[in-house]
Design a protein around this ligand. Structure first.
Ligand code: SME
Length: 143
């Protein structure tokens, strides 16, 4: 349902940070998870970008935690129980499940979308499919 709203928002704006900011706002309002945000790839690290939620770690090494693993492997990672994920980075003690979707273009990961839930097993394959679509729209909007 929010896909048309997001496409309309991104149309005509090519600034990635501005678009990330609006996408987090729309997702937060529509989905309500306690943390929804982006990390941008800067060298061998992911650096915190626009988000909605509680304060977060500012830098994550490529390959570390769920975000760093997703960015390195260039695939979406769905974590039903963060306590079972080796190397999970706990930015918040209330995080129980998580999904991370990378944006990959020409073989390079330029950012990831991270959503954290305070409930176990809160993300489905349907969430994955639509979030991947949103991340693709967002990444492709950049000028
Ligand atoms: N849990 C993430 C870190 C980012 S925050 O929770 C916002 C991870 O393991 O990559």
């Amino acid at each position: 349902q929010i896909l048309p709203q997001i496409s309309a928002l991104l149309e005509g704006e090519t600034d990635l940070i501005a678009n990330m900011a609006n996408v987090t706002a729309v997702l937060k309002q529509a989905l309500g998870f306690f943390w929804i945000g982006f990390y941008r790839r800067v060298g061998e690290e992911l650096v915190l970008a626009p988000f909605q939620g509680t304060l977060a770690c500012t830098r994550i090494r490529m390959g570390k935690g769920v975000c760093g693993t997703s960015a390195l492997k260039q695939e979406t990672i769905l974590v039903p129980d963060v306590h079972q994920f080796p190397g999970h980075i706990a930015c918040s003690a209330i995080s129980k499940s998580e999904i991370v979707v990378p944006y990959v273009k020409n073989g390079f990961t330029s950012f990831v979308l991270d959503i954290d839930s305070d409930k176990i097993n809160d993300f489905s394959e349907t969430d994955k499919e639509y979030l991947e679509h949103i991340v693709r729209l967002l990444g492709d909007s950049e000028g």
